[in-house]
Design a protein around this ligand. Structure first.
Ligand code: GA4
Length: 328
């Protein structure tokens, strides 16, 4: 059964399909970044879903179109050329294998260090296969994503009255912030895929926040509070913001790092770009004192981002990574 819900005000309708119960609508918040109410809506969305859609984001549409075109050209290169930029370590070109621990998906991708000045070998190898304009666009795109991620976090700071001495938005702005960009290509299929076939398995993002943009091919799903998977209607002109594990810790669990995945729902290819905004490697991560003054109330032990990352790379995609850092 298909249930259609009219979008109300700044909300988008999505179909909530639960095989065990009757379908009911799930509303994914749509936030206009230029709206005076945006910061209140962002906090609400981070608490309820750990996920929301952003419109009026200020990124010029031609940058999105042109970068997408260049990415398509990269993925259209002969496999032997693409493989010169792989395997990912974690940066570079990868196909089917995700991470070092046996996860597989119907996907090929490039993972790039946001710090292009300290380019890894594999990052340079990606750009060796492509015209210089690709590198220039990636650079501009990453700058824009850095700007958007810090703007969203600044709004969170304002709404939650996070004091300037407690760092949040600055963590993703500084030179040594450990952010990266992933371009995912889910190749087209010859036949209609079996329902629910996995493109990218379920997981949470380890960083603070992620900004996802895709072409108009469906496939992205998020897991809502009752454990149901919800289709996210694609929208190539908007961004989707995903709360990561680090922001969950810093808000002491008030914001949820949302489980998400990509299923191959159609024959058409899907292209997505995700910017993962992370803190500097040496940054100490713990619940913010202005939100949770008494350390006894902290749900997590303090760790550095480097420790968390190291531990994440020992896990499989679907593992619950925060478990090791929870207070007993
Ligand atoms: C999930 C979010 C990002 O895509 C990513 C992924 C990373 C990778 O593909 O190299 C990881 C995964 C992600 C978490 C657990 C480890 C590491 C694959 C994997 C099995 C780039 C990231 O930062 O963490």
């Amino acid at each position: 059964m298909v249930l259609v819900v009219q979008p109300a005000n700044n909300f988008d309708s999505n179909l909530y399909v639960n095989p065990k119960s009757k379908p009911s609508p799930v509303i994914i918040p749509v936030i206009d970044l230029t709206d005076s109410e945006a910061k209140t809506q962002i906090v609400k969305a981070c608490e309820e879903f750990g996920f929301f859609k952003v419109i009026n984001h200020g990124v010029r549409p031609d940058l999105l179109t042109l970068l997408e075109l260049e990415a398509i050209k990269f993925f259209a290169l002969p496999r032997s050329l693409k493989e010169k930029a792989g395997p990912p370590d974690p940066f570079g070109y990868g196909s089917k294998r995700i991470g070092p621990n046996g996860d597989l998906g119907w996907i090929e991708y490039i993972l790039l260090d946001a710090n292009l000045s300290s380019e890894s070998h594999k990052t340079s190898d990606v750009f060796r296969q492509t015209p210089p304009v690709f590198r220039e666009m990636v650079k501009e795109y990453m700058e824009k994503m850095k700007g958007m991620s810090s703007k969203v976090l600044e709004m969170v700071e304002e709404e939650l009255k996070i004091e300037p001495k407690e760092k949040l938005s600055s963590l993703v702005q500084v030179m040594d912030s450990d952010s990266c960009l992933r371009m995912n290509h889910y190749p087209e299929k010859e036949e209609t895929p079996a329902k629910g076939e996995i493109g990218f398995g379920e997981h949470t993002d380890p960083q603070l926040i992620s900004l996802l943009r895709s072409n108009d091919t469906e496939g992205l799903q998020i897991c809502v509070k009752d454990g149901t998977w919800v289709d996210v209607t694609p929208d190539h002109s908007s961004f989707f913001v995903i709360v990561g594990d680090t922001l969950q810790v810093m808000t002491n669990g008030r914001f949820k790092s949302v489980k998400h995945r990509v299923v191959t729902a159609t024959k058409r290819s899907r292209l997505s770009m995700i910017y993962f905004a992370g803190p500097p490697l040496s940054e100490k991560i713990a619940p913010l004192r202005c939100l949770v003054p008494k350390q006894d109330d902290w749900l997590y032990n303090e760790f550095t981002w480097s420790e968390y990352k190291l531990s994440a790379y020992k896990t499989k995609l679907g593992d619950y990574r925060l478990g090791l850092f929870e207070k007993q």
